[in-house]
Ligand binder design. Structure first.
Ligand code: DX5
Ligand code: ZN
Length: 226
């Protein structure tokens, strides 16, 4: 699957050496840098913001994929666009005006993604999918790295794949189907078979000593899933 993308999540990187970690994981074959933003309000954890995004930007020679777990969303979107985000994704529950937020992300020059928690129905795609560049299916409840993959995400990925294939035919441009949470070498093939093409992995990559070897193993599994 040459079109599959691996997006290491910095949440599991060594924050004291973040620039080095970004360089290392790109040298190891990362296609995107997944940047988790948590506010201790929408999710029960607090992480990094636009200043850190800007600080890693010179090291990030691949697109920065910002996953906003914050409420409200709109105030912070332009800051991330200025800080170098290529993609900005948000949860529909965290915006009072989902369509407006998608438009705002585009107006800021970024690609827009909508994120689905394990209990969030795909119905949010009914009137948004034609405007989206990415759909992100959470396979854990957001807030922490290192959680176990929730198997029901596979059904949701299949359903999202069907919607995306139809939308791509209609609009004639690609929409990525990303999965986030508990993605490992030993389940990535099954996740790909369910329709995902973009794989966030935090602990599975940063928790191993050799990032390149881990990413290579993931790609070998993806090739098997074919
Ligand atoms: C969870 C974050 C994830 C997290 C994934 O809320 O959105 O991106 O870093 O971590 P792993 O891959 O360890 O489950
Ligand atoms: Zn994430």
């Amino acid at each position: 699957m040459p079109s599959c993308k691996i997006a290491p999540s910095l949440l599991s990187a060594d924050f004291a050496r973040l620039g080095d970690e970004v360089r290392a994981v790109i040298a190891a074959g990362a296609d995107l840098i997944h940047f988790d933003v948590m506010d201790n309000h929408y999710v029960p954890n607090l992480t990094i913001g636009p200043l850190v995004c800007e600080a890693i930007r010179p090291q990030a020679t691949v697109p920065i994929d910002v996953h906003l777990m914050v409420k409200p969303v709109d105030r912070i979107v332009p800051d991330f666009a200025k800080a170098g985000a290529a993609i900005i994704s948000f949860h529909p529950e965290s915006s009072d005006h989902v369509d407006r937020t998608i438009g705002l992300i585009h107006d800021c020059g970024c690609k827009a993604g909508l994120v689905f928690n394990p209990a969030t129905p795909l119905g949010w795609l009914d009137y948004t999918i034609d405007k989206l560049d990415l759909v992100l299916i959470m396979s854990v409840n957001p807030g922490f790295g290192g959680q176990s993959f929730i198997p029901q995400a596979l059904d949701k990925l299949r359903a999202a794949r069907t919607r995306i294939d139809a939308a791509q035919q209609r609009i004639g441009r690609p929409i990525l189907l990303e999965v986030d949470g508990g993605v490992k070498v030993d389940n990535i093939a099954a996740i790909a078979k369910a329709g995902a093409d973009t794989f966030v992995a935090g602990s599975a990559i940063f928790g191993t000593p050799d990032y390149a070897a881990t990413i290579a193993k993931m790609r070998a599994e993806l090739a098997k899933a074919g």
